[in-house]
Design a protein around this ligand. Structure first.
Ligand SMILES: NC(=O)c1ccc[n+]([C@@H]2O[C@H](COP(=O)([O-])OP(=O)(O)OC[C@H]3O[C@@H](n4cnc5c(N)ncnc54)[C@H](OP(=O)(O)O)[C@@H]3O)[C@@H](O)[C@H]2O)c1
Length: 335
């Protein structure tokens, strides 16, 4: 930050002023440092991550809800240090290191400072770096919710063994899903591109399919297993007709990328009393779940796979990388 900017309490930020434009629609600006309101904390940011939903919002895919207004500073998943607290804040004080989810409506992560709700912020112990923590909110919570809430898996290893398929295991959500699934009593089959096969095995997957081969595209388990749960993370759609023959009798596909065909399939499954189910999932951020993920990282049971790190001054490179759809793990932006 320049001296002049500090004197007037300005900060560097990256924002867009209208729908569309991709990476070149992002503009570097200096804007006032926000003031924390009641129940909010002001964070000096150390890391933020980009999620596909961030550029989907820029594309206008979730209009008219998000962004609620222009200009909009995107990115919701951040880690930083508390520098000021608003009225009524109990959990945090200046100097605390934290991970926060900023919500899709507010965003604000591509900046030097941001205000976060105390409710959606958790403490970050020294063992968890800013980049490791910032990756967790949307991607980690989605993987956790899909496996536990939607699929009913216990992550303490208890319960009957389940065969799990994870598509796009190399993506932001998929890499967490593989690691979390292996905390349960599971056999994990994962799909990814050829270049990531050995890497995904190193995260714990028992067998890995290259999604560009005929067997991979057909989701056929090399060991002949039928899946009890499929966590479908691939941004490119895979039809229900491909999943169905690979599912066990009561198998479930948890689809985190639901589209119009998802709803048609759900209706058809209801009409035909299908025991095999397709379940759409939208993440709901809960601080106790975020806290749980941070603790797993602290204990060395989970890690954030980092695709790349970009300075805030090159945030458009991080944006373009996410739009490109070939990240291995999380894309980090550092102020
Ligand atoms: N429902 C929700 O609440 C929710 C929450 C989070 C995310 N999502 C959605 O979930 C999707 C995934 O998110 P993400 O953050 O994981 O995305 P991401 O990090 O951008 O995913 C990129 C990865 O996906 C792999 N991939 C793409 N198509 C594939 C396929 N057909 N089979 C296997 N791998 C494939 C790519 O591998 P290659 O490079 O080898 O092609 C790349 O490694 C996005 O559409 C996102 O919007 C939804």
């Amino acid at each position: 930050m320049t001296l002049a900017a500090m004197a007037t309490k300005l900060m560097r930020a990256v924002q867009y002023n209208s729908y569309g434009g991709g990476a070149s629609g992002l503009k570097h600006v200096e804007v006032p440092v926000p003031t924390p309101k009641k129940g909010e904390i002001l964070l000096k940011l150390e890391a933020a991550t980009i999620n596909p939903v961030d550029w989907r919002i820029q594309k206008g895919k979730i209009r008219p809800f998000f962004p609620p207004k222009f200009p909009h500073i995107p990115a919701t998943d951040v880690a930083g240090e508390v520098v000021e607290v608003g009225k009524g804040v109990q959990k945090f004080k200046p100097g605390d290191k934290v991970v926060a989810y900023l919500t899709l409506a507010n965003g604000g992560g591509l900046a030097e400072f941001v205000t976060a709700s105390e409710r959606l912020t958790v403490a970050r112990p020294p063992e968890v770096s800013a980049a490791q923590g910032a990756g967790l909110p949307i991607a980690g919570l989605t993987a956790l919710q899909a496996l536990t809430q939607a699929a009913g898996l216990n992550l303490d290893g208890s319960g009957q063994k389940k065969n799990i398929l994870i598509t796009a295991a190399s993506g932001g959500v998929g890499q967490y899903a593989v690691q979390l699934a292996k905390l349960g009593n599971t056999h994990v089959t994962a799909t990814c591109g050829a270049r990531n096969i050995e890497f995904i095995k190193s995260l714990g997957a028992d067998e890995v399919l290259d999604y560009k081969t005929p067997e991979g595209a057909a989701l056929i388990s090399p060991s002949g297993r039928k899946y009890d749960i499929a966590v479908h993370c691939a941004i490119t759609g895979i039809p229900w007709s491909t999943f169905k023959p690979n599912l066990s009798a009561n198998g479930k596909v948890i689809n985190i990328t639901p589209g119009p065909s998802t709803w048609a399939t759900i209706a058809q499954n209801k009409l035909t009393f299908s025991k095999k189910q397709l379940v759409p999932l939208l993440t709901s951020a809960k601080s106790e779940n975020l806290d749980y993920l941070v603790k797993l990282v602290k204990e060395g049971k989970l890690k954030t796979v980092i695709d790349s790190k970009h300075p805030l001054s090159k945030a458009e490179d991080a944006w373009a990388k996410s739009i490109d759809g070939h990240a291995t793990g999380k894309i980090i932006v550092e102020p």
